[in-house]
Design a protein around this ligand. Structure first.
Ligand code: BES
Ligand code: MN
Ligand code: ZN
Length: 487
């Protein structure tokens, strides 16, 4: 699917759909009124013939209308507000994507900024992960080949779309990583795909097991030790901020989480291919920062492993020594994400001395029990960083909810034989996981986003998000960097 900007009232054919907006109560926008007049009032009659009230998410279609060339007219409900162009365009695309029409013309006024947002919404809505579907029937496949967004100023819309187009590419890159099955996307393949981003101007270093072993990363390496696939630590740098201190992002990249010797039940285990959603978000963030040449220095660290049961796998009760020197009693090999992040966080602060670190991880089932699938959990030692993250999440509709980090709960992860153990029991399971991570932060401003509930949607109710990998975090972090940390 291509995106184009077109002048107002652009020419259409019988294979076109023209989409326009209506508001709560059924009131037609100026563009919809003009279409209604051209069709001799058929659009208003179509509204009256059904239950369309202009509510958010509603659509009504008029087929083969007389008086216009287009094969269809589509009204999209905006609710009470003037409507957000991103979601309206996404809604329009979803409504007709497999209708047989080849072209969708979005006729929503002339504003170039709104047109750019509409283009962004349509780009995200058109995403699907279908590379392994070889026998899908033609009539089930998307038919729309081009989305034309009308605007009074094509050049200005194109300009405004540049950073959003970079963002859409990055979100899609992240979604592909999340959706890939684990036989394809193992740590080395993940690292290779990120290495491919050097073409955007990023610097990408890949550390293998020998190098990590030299650095003393016994905690991360213990997790991957039962896998035939080599663990990788990927260090991505974007240098767009002169000599400013970098901002840093760290992602959990467990390419598959069987639980290890503390094996998970079979039912639903296939979901654990997306246990690398945190690393995918960090990779996507670095992609967009480079894509739009952000004026910031940023570091992305990806801890990539596969957690497998094996003759060489680590055992419950094993004690590992992390890069920080702190020792960990591994009570449950399924609490592996924190073991990966322990070394990735320590390495990050030790090497880069960043302004702050934000880590993203599909860390705990407990966060899904606490917050469900619409909010990620935010744990932080810093109010300013938290406020910035919360605001960016609101703005991009990637919602966060701040959770407590009570020092008193550290008792739950005390070990009688090591500096800590890797599980803290059922009470506040997400908080004790975050408290564990905090021991590897070394005093920096830090935030941890537990994205276990939001990295994957099935089904999705948001037209800009497909069923499957969301790419959660890319938009949020990009927004926070753009609003707060670019010089
Ligand atoms: N990757 C899982 C967490 C998870 C669960 C993500 C469900 C997405 C959906 C993590 O590695 C894990 O297994 N956590 C355990 C921790 C427990 C053993 C302390 C959990 O949440 O059960
Ligand atoms: Mn696990
Ligand atoms: Zn996991």
């Amino acid at each position: 699917m291509r995106i184009e900007f077109a002048p107002l009232n652009t020419a259409v054919t019988g294979a076109s759909v023209i989409a326009a907006v209506a508001f709560e109560g059924g009131a037609l926008s100026a563009e919809a009124q003009a279409l209604d007049a051209q069709t001799g009032g058929a659009l208003a009659r179509a509204v009256a013939a059904g239950r369309f009230t202009g509510g958010k998410g509603q659509t009504v279609e008029l087929l083969a209308p007389s008086g216009v060339e287009a094969g269809r007219l589509l009204l999209v409900g905006a609710g009470a507000a003037p409507g957000d162009a991103e979601n309206l365009a996404a809604q329009a695309y979803k409504a007709v994507s497999a209708s047989g029409a080849k072209e969708l013309v979005i006729r929503t006024g002339g504003d170039a900024e709104a047109a750019a947002k509409a283009a962004f919404g349509a780009s995200l809505a058109a995403y699907r992960f279908d590379r392994y579907r070889t026998t899908e029937k033609a009539e089930k496949k998307p038919s729309i080949e081009v989305v034309k967004i009308e605007t009074a100023d094509v050049a200005a819309a194109q300009k405004a779309f540049e950073p959003l187009s970079a963002l859409a590419d990055a979100v899609i890159f992240s979604r592909d990583l999340v959706s890939e099955p684990a036989n394809i996307l193992h740590p080395e393949e993940f690292a290779a795909r990120v290495k491919g981003l050097e073409k955007l101007g990023l610097t990408v270093e890949i550390l293998g097991e020998a190098e990590m072993s030299k650095l003393g990363m016994g905690s991360l390496l213990g997790v991957g030790q039962g896998s035939r696939r080599e663990s990788q630590l990927v260090v991505v740098q974007w240098k767009g901020g002169g000599d400013a201190q970098p901002v840093a992002f760290v992602g959990k990249g467990v390419c598959f989480d069987t639980g290890g010797i503390s094996l998970k039940p079979a039912d639903g285990m296939e979901d654990m291919k997306w246990d690398m959603g945190g690393a995918a978000a960090v990779a996507g963030l670095m992609h967009v920062l480079a894509g739009r040449k952000a004026k910031v220095n940023a570091v992305g660290i990806l801890g990539l492993v596969e957690n497998m049961p094996d003759g060489n796998a680590q055992r419950p009760g094993d004690v590992v020594t992390s890069m920080s020197g702190q020792t960990i009693e591994v009570i449950n090999t399924d609490a592996e994400g924190r073991l990966v992040l322990a070394d990735a966080l320590w390495y990050c602060q030790d090497r880069f001395k960043p302004q702050f670190m934000v880590d993203l991880a599909t860390l705990t089932g407990a966060i899904i029990i606490a917050l469900g699938n619409d909010y990620a959990g935010l744990f932080s030692n810093n109010d300013e960083l938290s406020a910035n993250l919360l605001a960016a999440g609101e703005a991009e509709n990637e919602l966060l909810w701040r959770m407590p980090l009570p020092a008193a709960y550290e008792k739950q992860i005390e070990s009688p034989i090591a500096d800590m153990k890797n599980v803290g029991g059922r009470p506040a399971g997400s908080a004790t996981a975050a408290l564990f991570l905090q021991k590897y932060v070394n005093g920096l401003p830090w935030a941890h986003l537990d994205i276990a509930g939001v990295a994957w949607k099935k089904p999705s109710t948001n037209p800009t998000i497909p069923d499957g990998g969301v790419g959660f975090g890319v938009r949020l972090l990009n927004r926070m960097v753009a609003d707060k940390y670019e010089g």
